[in-house]
Write a protein that binds this ligand. Structure first.
Ligand code: GLN
Length: 608
């Protein structure tokens, strides 16, 4: 399939192809030997897919595109401070091979010009020059995702003619920027410039930077995220030499060019592009490389300062527990209390990336409610990335709310907010972490009920006499029913009946909790409702002759009183007045439940 990306790449290739201005570098004699018309464009996404057109498999020497990669390795070897004492990071406005230092700091102006690059090479760790070069080659190979090789002919050619770079090396030595033999540093630099790459390789090296330092294909880390940021910054301001300002304005990506004809550009988080075309402009940048990058940037909208839209709030949904209660079946008193005070507990569902702006708007909105809230549930299941600052902002919100008496919890099965369900003390005033939204909402409901439910709360256990299904019976009638009831106990997690079972009796819950659930398509458990003492189940198959639609599972140690199918049926002949009382109690209960279900339909959410 030809995609839009393929078509745009082809279009850009065609538009630029006829531009034969510029000249191949010949100050390194061997470079003049290349086919001047070679032209290839490769684009690698940050998940490792490569689009390519033209001569993307032609080898050429990496030359100055090596500079950011060696600089990255020098930073990793020595730390940012030690490197900063040797190399500045200011754009120079000078040609790449200028023999100069900053007059005030007496340091190379940046690592993208030769003076800075030779200094980077001098900072690479290793037991011997050979070992140091091997570390450089290995490092580049990690970015490329394959073993890159050394071009001896180009190296020899540059070593023979590279007096200007030797002059730079000696200048650096005289200012003690290089502390040992400058010839070794310059030789290492010539060698790194002579590593062969293709446009496809360079695009993958760029994609590794775009992917925060991890090669998207091999999954190998080439550089830490903090150093990627540092290297890309310097590429932005200094990567295109004295053409850097124009480049940022017209292309808008951190980039690096080399006199071998390559250009590489990185769009952080998205992709890397590479162009190969050996004819150079007066700055030493590939003519068609620059032109193709401009075209690609505008056609694919790659400029890194292109503002697509103002950042949106991370809030996807907001509701109160009154509007969207948990699946726990509740007594009328509790339902009334939740209807009146449910807006004191709110749920916020967040989505997208929680970076500064998304977190800031969400925290501001929630923070403004503080005096009206008793409980807050923040559901981060829909969130992708969380930045440290966002985590700090939410932690702070939680402590601020705690001071006003509002407790906050998060629904965070992946632990992306930095705390896991088990790592947190249930009594911690700062709040709790839940694996599913239902548990979070239920926690908030209990908090509201503890504070505002004036009437009796649902009991933790009841006796059969007080079970609502058996109310309104005379003492005599009760005796008859009680004789048919058998108490059964189940352990936490035990299944009582399964979906598909036929009628199994009438189950009256006396102590503990039981949930009806089903297995969803992804193999997880979906909870339909949670029953507590005073409630019953099993009546549907018993009365309607259907099979169980759901599994019933004990959430806690459970005690039920069970009347068998046969005993229930025998009541019709043996004690019809008892059966009538039972049926009217069951019918009343069923209608009540239906009412609640209809009320909650407006906020139905299967994820709960
Ligand atoms: N090896 C080359 C030099 O130092 C690299 C220059 C470049 O690619 N801009 O002259």
């Amino acid at each position: 399939m030809t995609t839009v990306v393929d078509e745009i790449l082809r279009h850009v290739f065609d538009v630029c192809r006829d531009n034969t201005s510029g000249a191949v570098a010949d100050y390194i004699p061997e470079l003049a030997a290349v086919a001047a018309d070679g032209f290839g464009i490769a684009l690698a996404t940050s998940d490792g897919h490569v689009y390519e057109v033209g001569d993307t498999q032609t080898s050429f020497t990496i030359q100055s595109i090596s500079k950011p990669f060696t600089y990255g390795l020098a930073l990793a070897d020595n730390g940012e401070d030690a490197v900063a004492r040797k190399i500045d990071i200011e754009p120079s406005g000078e040609p790449f091979n200028e023999i100069s230092l900053d007059p005030i700091t007496e340091r190379p102006r940046n690592p993208m010009i030769n003076a800075g690059a030779i200094t980077s090479a001098s900072l690479i760790a290793g037991r011997s020059p050979g070992d140091r070069f091997e570390r450089i080659r290995q490092a580049y190979s990690r970015y490329a995702g394959r073993q890159l090789t050394f071009n001896d002919a180009v190296y020899r050619s540059e070593a023979r003619t590279g007096n200007r770079n030797r002059a730079i090396g000696y200048m650096l030595r005289s200012f003690d920027i290089i502390e040992d033999d400058p010839d070794i540093a310059v030789d290492l630099y010539f060698r790194q410039c002579s590593i062969d790459v293709t446009a496809a390789d360079l695009s993958m090296m760029a994609a590794t930077m775009a992917n925060n330092g991890v090669n998207p294909r091999t999954r190998e880390r080439a550089l830490s995220p903090a150093l990627v940021e540092r290297v890309l910054s310097v590429m932005t301001t200094c990567g295109m030499y004295d053409g850097a300002g124009d480049w940022v304005a017209r292309v808008g990506m951190p980039a690096k060019s080399g006199v071998g004809g390559g250009v590489l550009a990185v769009l952080p988080g998205q992709m890397g592009i590479a162009v190969y075309s050996p004819r150079l402009d007066q700055h030493g940048n590939s003519v068609r490389g620059v032109a193709a990058c401009r075209e690609l940037s505008s056609k694919l909208e790659l400029h890194f300062l292109h503002v697509t839209r103002a950042a949106r709030s991370a809030i996807r949904g907001r509701y109160t527990v009154g509007e969207a209660p948990s699946r726990k079946r509740r007594s009328e008193t509790e339902q009334d209390a939740l209807a009146r005070f449910g807006d004191r507990a709110r749920v916020y569902e967040l989505h997208g990336d929680l970076l500064f702006s998304g977190a800031e708007t969400a925290v501001r909105e929630i923070g403004n409610l503080d005096d009206e809230l008793d409980a807050l549930v923040i559901d981060v299941r829909g969130v992708d990335e969380v930045s440290d600052i966002a985590r700090t902002m939410f932690d702070n919100l939680r402590t601020q709310l705690a001071a006003t008496g509002c407790r906050a919890s998060i629904v965070d099965p992946r632990g992306i907010m930095g705390r896991t369900a088990s790592s947190i003390d249930p009594e911690d005033p700062a709040g709790r972490v839940f694996g599913d939204l239902g548990s979070g909402i239920r926690w908030a409901e209990e908090l509201v009920l503890d504070r505002y439910c004036a009437g009796p709360r649902q009991p933790l256990k009841i006796t059969t006499e007080h079970h609502p299904v058996l109310t309104g019976l005379t003492a005599d009638q009760y005796e008859k029913v009680a004789a048919l009831l058998e108490q059964r106990h189940f352990a936490r997690g035990e299944t009582i009946v399964r979906a598909g079972d036929s009628a199994a009796g009438l189950f009256l819950v006396l102590a503990g909790e039981v949930s009806s659930t089903y297995e969803s398509r992804d193999g997880g458990r979906q909870r339909i409702s949670t029953l507590s003492p005073g409630m019953s189940f099993g009546e549907m198959p018993l009365l309607a002759g259907t099979r169980f639609l759901l599994d019933f599972c004990a959430d806690t140690p459970l005690t039920v009183a069970v009347m068998t199918v046969d005993d229930f049926r025998s009541l019709t002949d043996n004690a019809p007045e008892v059966k009538l009382a039972l049926l009217s109690n069951l019918a009343a209960g069923a209608y009540m439940q239906m009412n609640t279900a209809i009320k909650s339909l407006g906020h139905f959410d299967v994820g709960r």
